[in-house]
Design a protein around this ligand. Structure first.
Ligand SMILES: [Zn+2]
Length: 614
């Protein structure tokens, strides 16, 4: 993206959105203006034969706004104004974030201003509202955004007024959620929209203003509507990783919110909310870095046991020979070196919650002892004779498939049933991409404060990379990247790509592997990328009927050989050049009798290049 003017005039903004374009006006045709209203309209496909409508690659639905109004009214009546508002704001946010993704991917080379203003056109195309820009300033280099827009014919106002008549509070909740989601999705920084005038309160039209969270000052009220659940007495929050074993109890910083608006995140929060008041065992599953510890901690904090201890043990971090005494404690003289009696984690968690992380790493012997403790609700210290009756809620987490471990004879089935009463799966970050901008914003603020280094925001190409990256290390990887970014950036500067990536990632071509859409191909093994420009002539030849003297199979072999050559033997990179997945490339090679040597040079590629979803 090219350097953008900090401020564009109202007329210019209006021209660019097409909002004030009338019949007979010259149509702005320059590529620099894309995506124009007609470009966006071209993305809408009706496919009545198979019952689907598409906006680019996203399925849409044409629904009577009156029926949406009925749903809205029932939500308000059932849940109360405030909760209904939160729900609708988040639904709007998700929709705005998806549209931002669409624009980023469909017009990767569009200039900054048209990219931002495309949201106003999409909102109009989707039949929600007509948007007229009043003022618009954007400067990604300083992390600055300001937008003021008028909304005409707002659908939500129509329905709200139809149901309740005029009121005293603005009612365009989904729409402000949409604007927040769209702009946040592009900025990678929380930009909050507020409706300062609304037709529902008697104005002729609605007026909304968007600013960054920093510029607004106190945004707790806005955040309340963006967050999933009001965990009573606690803000919702992902805390930076805590030394689990060392501290014994996870402190968890209650001042920071658990961040997320994606449906996957909301589903997990919903389950957490349901099970928290009970005594049921909970098993968190999910890849490393998805926040299992944080969820476990939150489960405790919203449970009736919140005043009692929360004790965490990372089973993988305790040597096998010590795990039993660590969990159950030791009596004096139980073994050499046990000169004093010591309480174990179970005892220290009495009345509260015991969190066993990486439960899959326990040996079968330890599993047996744990099972006994769970079945009988009592423990015996190592070397002791008396049994202690304990009331402890046990929650566990694993990043391995315990059912597969059971089949392989590595995990006790009876213990699995004890632990797996209420499983909660935490999705990997790449499956909750809508949350990435919120997390980026959250970690930016957190680490700026922690390291005393004010940072203005993210450079556009850094945003693009982060939003499309596969994040094999999940939230923790994002968190580390942002922390590294904050530390490497000059005070007051913006975080750019070299600040985020490690040397070896740069060397391994993570940058080069960015496709035109900014999406790292290895992140989506199923997605077939268009072939890059360098290989098209051959592909064109392949497509030509009757190309003399060359059989398609030969062309394929030649293409593959060329790509592997060019990628210096790195199969993942070669697959990207060919626009196919690594798995497909491996299959083709196998078919052709060129099985890739195990541990060949592809292993030297970046972890990002090889650790995508298999
Ligand atoms: Zn309104």
């Amino acid at each position: 993206m090219k350097k953008t003017p900090n401020r564009i005039s109202l007329a210019e903004a209006a021209r660019r959105t097409g909002a004030l374009m009338r019949h007979g006006d010259p149509v702005p045709g320059a590529a620099a203006e894309q995506p124009r209203l007609e470009d966006i309209t071209e993305c809408l496909f009706f496919s009545p034969g198979d019952g689907r409508i598409w906006l680019n690659d996203q399925r849409m639905v044409l629904m009577h706004s009156r029926s949406l109004g009925t749903l809205r009214r029932e939500l308000i009546d059932a849940l109360g104004l405030d909760r209904a508002r939160g729900l609708l704001t988040r639904a709007g946010y998700a929709s705005g974030a998806r549209d931002a993704q669409l624009v980023r991917e469909r017009w990767p080379d569009a200039e900054l201003v048209p990219t931002f203003l495309a949201g106003t056109r999409l909102h109009a195309l989707e039949g929600v509202v007509r948007v007229v820009p009043v003022a618009f300033e954007i400067d990604p280099d300083r992390g600055h955004y300001f937008g003021e827009f008028l909304w005409e014919h707002s659908m939500e106002d129509d329905e709200h007024i139809h149901a309740y008549g005029l009121g005293t509070e603005p009612a365009c909740w989904m729409q402000t959620g949409y604007a927040t989601g769209y702009v946040t999705g592009l900025m990678g920084q929380l930009v909050i929209f507020r409706e300062v005038e609304c037709r529902t309160t008697g104005s002729a039209q609605c007026r909304v203003i968007g600013r960054t969270a920093d510029a607004w000052g106190d945004v707790s009220d806005d955040l309340r509507h963006l967050q999933t659940h009001d965990f009573p007495g606690h803000a919702l929050v992902p805390t930076p990783p805590t030394a689990v074993l060392g501290s014994g109890a996870l402190g968890g910083d209650a001042d920071e919110p658990m961040v997320g608006v994606s449906s996957a995140f909301k589903a997990a929060c919903h389950m957490l909310h349901r099970v928290a008041p009970t005594k049921a065992a909970v098993l968190f599953t999910g890849e490393s870095g998805v926040g299992k510890e944080m969820f476990a901690n939150m489960l405790h904090r919203i449970s009736p046991r919140r005043e009692q201890p929360f004790v965490a043990v990372n089973c993988a971090a305790v040597p096998e020979t010590l795990i039993e005494s660590e969990l159950f404690g030791v009596e004096r003289g139980a073994f050499t070196g046990a000169s004093v009696a010591r309480a174990g984690r179970f005892e220290r968690a009495a009345g509260g919650t015991l969190f066993l992380d990486e439960i899959g790493t326990l040996s079968l012997t330890s599993q047996g002892k744990l099972l006994r403790a769970l079945q009988q609700g009592e423990i015996e210290r190592v070397g002791g004779t008396r049994t202690l009756k304990l009331d402890v809620r046990v929650i566990a987490a694993t990043n391995v498939d315990l059912r597969a471990a059971v089949k392989a004879g590595q995990f006790r089935e009876d213990l699995l049933y004890r632990l797996d009463v209420y499983p909660i799966h935490l999705p990997p970050l790449r499956e909750r991409r809508e949350d990435i901008p919120l997390l980026m914003s959250h970690f930016l603020q957190y680490y700026s404060r922690l390291h005393g280094r004010p940072v203005a925001g993210y450079a556009p190409r850094a945003v693009k990379m982060l939003l499309g990256y596969a994040f094999p290390g999940n939230i923790r990887e994002l968190q580390n990247m942002v922390e590294r970014g904050v530390i490497s950036t000059e005070a007051g500067g913006v975080i750019d790509l070299p600040h985020l990536l490690r040397r070896e990632q740069l060397d391994a071509g993570v940058l080069l592997s960015l496709s035109r859409t900014g999406v790292l191909r290895q992140a989506e093994p199923e997605a077939v990328a268009p072939p890059p420009a360098g290989t098209t002539p051959l592909l064109d030849r392949l497509a030509e009927p009757g190309e003399p003297g060359v059989r398609p199979a030969e062309i394929e072999q030649q293409l593959i050989a060329e790509a592997i050559e060019r990628a210096k033997g790195n199969l993942s990179a070669a697959a990207r050049l060919l626009g196919i997945t690594r798995a497909k490339l491996a299959y083709r090679l196998q078919q052709a009798g060129q099985r890739p040597a195990a541990g060949s040079r592809q292993a030297a590629g970046s972890s990002a290049a090889t650790s995508g979803r298999r």
